[in-house]
Design a protein around this ligand. Sequence first.
Ligand SMILES: *Cc1c(COP(=O)(O)O)cnc(C)c1O
Length: 222
Amino acid sequence: MNIAQNLKKISISIPQNVSLVAVSKTKPNSAILEAYNTDQRAFGENKIQEMVEKYENLPKDIEWHMIGHLQRNKVKYMAHFVHLIHGVDSLKTLIEINKQAQKHHRIINCLLQLKIAQEDSKFGLSKSDVESMVISEEFSALKNINIQGLMGMASFTQNKSMIRTEFKTLKTNFDSLKKNITVNFNLSILSIGMSGDYQIAIEEGSTMIRVGSSIFGIRNYD
Ligand SMILES: *Cc1c(COP(=O)(O)O)cnc(C)c1O
């Protein structure tokens, strides 16, 4: 498994307006450095503790993306450095992120996770949840967060047409929210697509893909 070659292969196959987050969860610092040495700067992790350890031991110009489900009581550990939080799925979590961001005099970039998969196991908000949340007073009071876009995960399936349909739904919701909600909101990022489905995601409007195993090899555990 040659990380540099894998990265190059993916980078040249994606359009310029699509950014690549290299998902390095469970992988050692040496693997991240191999990618870093080919100029990859955006890395994604799904556990806050693991991301903090990597942040402390790796070059400081890495952009760290939190892509996993958030435990609110751990937001404080990453508030001083996290670049983008992908999986925000509640107002409560946004309030906590805002509070921790304030302590560090930062504005933290977030994506709202929309539920698009049929599976019950996937987290996320519905479009109407987002619509009612953003007009609430509590939401308007959050000055230290910046909602930059939406994130979604398709069902875990080999059925490509089902995955495509789910991505299409998310893109439709993205376009509609972008058009109809102009206060407190500036949607520009659509984070969809992983190793198995990023080509479909790009065809359906992804602007940010999160790719792990196609770069770093399969994981033994998550
Ligand atoms: C692990 C993970 C990825 C990357 O998955 P691969 O199939 O290895 O590319 C992308 N997004 C999220 C939210 C993940 O947890």
